[in-house]
Ligand binder design. Structure first.
Ligand SMILES: Nc1ncnc2c1ncn2[C@@H]1O[C@H](COP(=O)(O)OP(=O)(O)O)[C@@H](O)[C@H]1O
Ligand SMILES: [Mg+2]
Length: 130
């Protein structure tokens, strides 16, 4: 892979010991695909991985200072589609901000209420009640 030479900055600050296994897999795959994309496509100098939790949500950000792309354009890979699907399956949302020439930010907000053993509907209810 042409990823050699990219500097990775990480900032992991989550208060929970472990995530529920389904979420852990979701986050792992998401980060894996996003960082693979940085290595494969971005020609970046620096990539950043930030994971934090805040108010019942897990926030995952993978950004790079590479060449960017048009996230609304046609894509032939399954990586971006797969990331979005996985995140939405656990009730979260994926947002990609990128422009040709100005780097990429892949950001996922994932509800942690699922972790407490609540179903997705109940988790949504909990959020609405808060
Ligand atoms: N971090 C990134 N920097 C630049 N381009 C990207 C980045 N992530 C994705 N892309 C672009 O989006 C396309 C689709 O990505 P993806 O769905 O993961 O497919 P694949 O990685 O198999 O090409 C890539 O081919 C690439 O052109
Ligand atoms: Mg990919």
């Amino acid at each position: 892979m042409s990823g050699a030479g990219i500097e990775l900055e990480t900032d992991l600050s989550i208060g929970v010991e472990r995530l529920e296994p389904e979420l852990e897999t979701t986050v792992y795959r998401l980060v894996q695909e996003a960082l693979t994309n940085v290595a494969k496509h971005a020609e970046a100098g620096v990539a950043t991985l930030r994971v934090s939790d805040d108010g019942g949500w897990l926030d995952v950000l993978v950004s790079d200072d590479g060449n960017g792309f048009d996230p609304d354009g046609e894509v032939d890979g399954f990586g971006v589609v797969g990331m979005r699907e996985r995140v939405e399956l656990v009730g979260g949302e994926l947002e990609i901000e990128s422009k040709p020439g100005s780097g990429t930010r892949v950001r996922a907000a994932i509800p942690l209420a699922v972790e407490a053993g609540l179903g997705l509907d109940e988790a949504a209810g909990e959020r609405a009640a808060n």
